[in-house]
Structures are given as C-alpha cells and as structure tokens.
Ligand binder design. Structure first.
Ligand SMILES: NC(=O)c1ccc[n+]([C@@H]2O[C@H](COP(=O)([O-])OP(=O)(O)OC[C@H]3O[C@@H](n4cnc5c(N)ncnc54)[C@H](O)[C@@H]3O)[C@@H](O)[C@H]2O)c1
Length: 379
C-alpha cells in the first residue's frame, strides 16, 4: 500500500454540504487522494462532479453497489470509502463496501436503526476492516486537550455536564429549496428523529470523547414545534452517566440567533471546563479557589497527545476543517499501519463504529422515553 492512499466517495454531489468538507479536510494533509465516486443518485450529477474534481470517467459510478464491486476488483482499487449521503442510505452503502472488503468512513448518525448499526459492526469485525464515524467536533485540538485535562484529574471527578447545540435555521415552516433542510425534516430520509439525531449525537459523542463517561439512561422530551413538522425540532434530554453523574442536553433548530452553538460545560469536584465550538481555539478552566484560566491552542500548556495535531502556531486560527482532518489523519495512519502489519488498537484516535452505535442507542433510548411519556429509559 502506498503511503498516499486512494479513496472514493458516496454522496457529496453538486451543492452538498459535508462531502465537500470531507474532501477539503482530507486534502489538508495530502495523505489520501480521491480517485472514485458515486456523488449522487443522478448519474449526470456524478459525472459533473467527477469532471470538476478531475476523476477518470471509468471510476464514476451509477450507484454505490456497482462502485463497491468494481473498486474491489481493481488492482488499484480504493483503500477506503467516505459515505456522506443522507442518513437513510448509510446502512446500505456501508454494507456494500464492507462486504467488498473496503475500509469505511461514514458520517453520523451511523444508521437509522440499532439493528443496522450492530450488523455493520459485525461485518467490519468479520472482514477485519477499520471504521471511522466522523463526529467532527471530537477532532478539535482543544476537545482532545480537554480529554487529557480530565484524564489527568485537573477538574477532579465529573459531577454534572451541560451540553447544548442550538441552531435557528429551521425556525420557519417553509424550507423549500434548501436541500439540507428538505431531507432532514423528512422521516423517509432522516430516520425517526431530526434535531436529536443530527445535533444530539454530536453532544453525546463530544461529551464521551472529553470525559470518557458513557450514558447509562435518559429521560427525553422531544418537541415538534414548527407547524406540520413530522420530526423533532427542539429536544431536552436528562442524562445519567455510568459513574452516577448527571447531564442535561438541549438540541434545537428553532433557536433563532444561534448558528452552530455546540457548547459543553463540565463540572467536577475540583474545577470546571467550558468549551464552545464556534470559538474552538479556547478552553475555559475554573478552579475551586476562584481563579479562571483561558487556555489557547498553540501554546506549551496543551498536552502532547492533543498538540501533535496542530498545524499552525497560536493565533493563526484552526477550525472545523482541521478538526475533520485530525480524524482522517489518525484513521489513515491506522490504515497504513494495518497494511504494513504494524497496527495495534492503541493507535486509534478517532471515533469508531462503537461510537456510531452509541449514538444510535442514544437516539433509540430518547425515542423510547418520549413514546412512553417522558420516563427514564436505559441505554
Ligand atoms: N459531521 C458533521 O459535522 C456533519 C455535518 C453535516 C452533515 N452531516 C451528516 O452528513 C450526511 C450528509 O449531510 P449533508 O448535509 O451533506 O447532505 P446534503 O444533502 O448536502 O448532501 C447529500 C449528498 O448525497 C447525495 N446522495 C443521496 N443519496 C445518494 C445515493 N444513494 N448515492 C449517492 N449519492 C447520494 C446527494 O445527491 C447529495 O449530493 C448526513 O448523514 C448528515 O447527518 C455531518
């Protein structure tokens, strides 16, 4: 295997959001090159996108089944695939590539049912393939540094967590013409949830990556506030973690004034940490003695395990693209090591299929809590 890997993409056609972001993020480090794609369900759009990206026409496919089969047959076939389609097609697309023996990166939420998520895990294990789930925010250097700070005991034992992810972009009923909005509010494409699956899984995973705490049980109130919405657009979830600590998560798409307001506040027995993804270069640390510290990425106070992902000195902003690149950087290093026979699981520093499954379990537990009349439900 060459050290510059070859990858393919499913989804990410003209005007798509996250596929473009994946491509740009992978390009940052030059560790993999895009050589194949099925960017849309419409072949003309795949051809158009492929031409823009300079991909040979014989590697542009009409559907992902054909792509998985033909790429697996090629001597120079792709080393991994990125699945960046709406939620409803993640399972079938991931399955096709796993069955063909190709490593997978898939965006969140992993699948629309737990059964499907567990089947993908079984397949990945059977085929001995690596699986990245792109929970972007856990890739920030500062998010990784919070993980190190908490593991080192800087805030003591975690007692309670506040996680919020408010957006205001779906506050109006009519979303006609907004491609990303149209599928998110449609149960056939989005699955059984909207805001909770789209945003709540980010909170669930970011908190887990930072604290190491797994959610034990949840009590949710999932609301459909905008008239004629079929799926939740505002949700509040009470959470209990495996160490007995509590949490409150809020996700919203009707919170006018907010863009991508993922904010995590973690309170421990010796201190507290606050982090806001729209200002991802900073961590706020409060201590019992009343002191407050603003920690900036790029300085010597960042732990080595986080600092190794930095590309720029302090004050030269790094952000969302870099966070996504950091996930791919570790994933691709692991793929290269696997091919060279030097891989071991301790090298993994990205969210895996287990994180993807936890996200789906979180969604299903919240749905069950809502259906049963807002009661506690075990994960
Ligand atoms: N990690 C993050 O921070 C983040 C951010 C946004 C979206 N997402 C996730 O990424 C996924 C895509 O979201 P988006 O906002 O980019 O959607 P989008 O509508 O912008 O793009 C989806 C693309 O997939 C293509 N597509 C649909 N079905 C296909 C199929 N069967 N075969 C090939 N192409 C197909 C569409 O033509 C489109 O180009 C969703 O699962 C979403 O939850 C993750």
């Amino acid at each position: 295997m060459s050290k510059v890997l070859k990858y393919g993409m499913v989804g990410g056609g003209p005007g798509a959001l996250i596929g473009d972001a994946h491509r740009r993020s992978i390009n940052l480090d030059g560790k993999a090159q895009l050589v194949a794609g099925c960017f849309s369900r419409t072949y003309e759009k795949t051809l158009q996108m492929g031409k823009e990206l300079g991909i040979d026409e014989d590697r542009l496919y009409e559907n992902f089944e054909e792509m998985a089969r033909k790429e697996a047959e090629r001597e120079d076939g792709i080393d991994f695939v990125c699945i960046v389609t709406p939620n409803n097609s993640h399972y079938d697309a991931c399955k096709a590539f796993l069955e063909a023996g190709i490593h997978v990166s898939c965006d969140k939420p992993l699948t629309t049912t737990l059964e499907d998520a567990l089947e993908l895990e079984r397949l990945a294990k059977e085929k001995d393939l690596l699986f990245l789930v792109t929970y972007t925010y856990s890739g920030h250097v500062t998010a990784k540094n919070i993980r190190e700070m908490i593991a080192a005991g800087e805030i003591g034992e975690v007692r309670t967590v506040m996680g919020e992810y408010p957006q205001g972009w779906l506050a109006e009923e009519d979303v006609t013409g907004n491609k990303q909005a149209e599928w998110r509010i449609d149960p056939n494409l989005s699955g059984k949830t909207n805001s909770l699956g789209d945003l709540g899984t980010h909170i669930e995973n970011t908190v887990y990556q930072m604290t190491g705490l797994k959610v034990k049980r949840v009590l949710s109130k999932m609301e459909k506030i905008v008239p004629n919405r079929k799926l939740d657009d505002n949700s509040v979830v009470l959470v209990e973690y495996d160490n007995g600590a509590s949490g409150v998560y809020w996700t919203s798409q009707i919170a006018i004034g907010h863009d991508n307001g993922l904010r995590i506040r973690i309170y421990g027995s010796k201190g507290a940490i606050s982090w806001f993804q729209e200002e991802p270069e900073k961590i706020f640390l409060s201590k019992l003695d009343g002191s407050n510290l603003e920690i900036h990425r790029g300085h010597g106070c960042i732990y080595e395990k986080a600092a190794r992902y930095q590309r720029l000195p302090s004050g030269h902003s790094e952000g969302w693209f870099e966070a996504m690149s950091n996930l791919y950087s570790s994933f691709i290093d692991c793929l290269v090591a696997k091919a060279e026979g030097t891989f071991d699981e301790s090298m993994i520093d990205y969210p895996t299929i287990v994180d993807g499954i936890d996200g789906v379990k979180f969604i299903e537990a919240c749905l069950a809590s809502q259906e049963k009349g807002n009661v506690w439900v075990d994960m």
